[in-house]
Design a protein around this ligand. Structure first.
Ligand SMILES: [Zn+2]
Length: 350
């Protein structure tokens, strides 16, 4: 069994992708999960940092409703899971498990009844921030508004602890992470990142915080995003000038039913994929480093598929997951350790 702690499927559903089909230019859909042996994945309700207040909440509800509609249409193939027991039951019945996370607590506003609403709907982790500081705390790519968690953020972490909603530190600033580790009495997650010791990207996690999460019993999910994997790839990407073409994706998002906009987006994806990207060996370097620092009980996989415009070379879609497992086996990782990374560590937290 494999559990992926983070992908952005609901955003792609809003862009009219049908997960029952084996889609062109897609990183995740149900057939690809089957081929990759990925039995369970957290589908994130990603709320852009530009949305605030009621707009953020409405957007999260919209993502949840498209996700539930697709699950209802594929009920023989995939089902919602809200606990470890449900993941195991779905597996036994031959169905894929879709777990739900929320990426950006902006949709919670400052209202615990919204936290409860999303918990009841099946959400089991909340990523506190996205790319900007919000009402909860500072983002690693924000301006340091609060110096860590906001006063409301501290209350929110205690409330999440008491209801059993997991706190996800991905995208948070290091001060926010330290505040959460001080306050939280339960294990926490960082669902999708790589190691700062190997690549300086601001989204990556330092050894100090890796240890902090592990000491609290938490788990860190390793991503396959080239910009998190390698500083030298960041130089290649910058030199390509392709970041200036992100408007092509914006146009596609604005009207995903327009076939021309879709084809332009596919064209950009092809140009991005043609860049010389780090391979699965570099992903394995990050995984091995995280294990060295945090221990094998505290590391898993959180690819960020469907939320990233390109992937590690050789792992273009979720169907390629075995390539990473083979690389880890080739480095001497035994079955017992692989099982922990692949699903046991995350199921323990659930
Ligand atoms: Zn993210």
């Amino acid at each position: 069994m494999i559990l992926d702690a983070h992908c952005d499927a609901p955003s792609q559903m809003l862009r009219l992708r049908d997960y029952a089909l084996d889609n062109d230019h897609a990183q995740v859909d149900f057939p690809k999960m089957r081929r990759g042996g990925v039995d369970a994945s957290f589908f994130a309700l990603y709320i852009p940092a530009s949305l605030k207040g009621n707009d953020a909440t409405a957007y999260a509800r919209k993502l949840l409703s498209v996700l539930k509609a697709q699950l209802a249409a594929s009920s023989d193939e995939a089902a919602l899971a809200t606990s470890a027991a449900e993941v195991l039951k779905n597996k036994e019945e031959g169905r894929l498990s879709v777990l739900v996370g929320m990426e950006n607590a902006s949709a919670i506003q400052e209202d615990f009844s919204l936290l409860e609403e999303f918990y009841k709907e099946g959400v089991r982790y909340v990523t506190l921030t996205h790319s900007a500081d919000n009402q909860v705390g500072d983002s690693c790519t924000g301006s340091g508004l609060w110096g860590g968690l906001s006063p409301f953020g501290k209350k929110l972490v205690r409330e999440m602890d008491s209801m059993g909603m997991l706190v996800d530190l991905a995208h948070a600033s290091e001060d926010t992470m330290r505040d959460v580790l001080d306050i939280s009495v339960r294990p926490v997650l960082d669902t999708h990142c790589c190691c700062k010791a190997l690549c300086k990207h601001r989204r990556n996690i330092s050894d100090e915080l890796l240890r902090g999460i592990a000491e609290g019993g938490g788990v860190v999910g390793m991503s396959i995003y080239p910009l998190f994997l390698s500083d030298s790839f960041a130089t290649i990407y910058k030199a390509s000038g392709l970041s200036s073409e992100s408007w092509i994706e914006d146009e596609f998002i604005a009207d995903p039913s327009d076939p021309e906009r879709r084809l332009s987006w596919y064209g950009l994806l092809d140009r991005l994929s043609a860049l010389k990207r780090p391979g699965v060996d570099v992903v394995a370097d990050h995984v091995m480093h995280a294990i060295e620092v945090a221990g094998e009980d505290h590391v898993g996989f959180g690819t960020d598929y469907d939320g990233i415009e390109f992937t590690a070379s050789g792992m273009e879609t979720i169907a390629d997951f075995h390539v990473l497992l083979d690389e880890l086996k080739a480095r001497g990782m035994g079955e017992k350790s692989l099982k922990k990374l692949s699903w046991e560590n995350f199921l323990r937290l659930l």
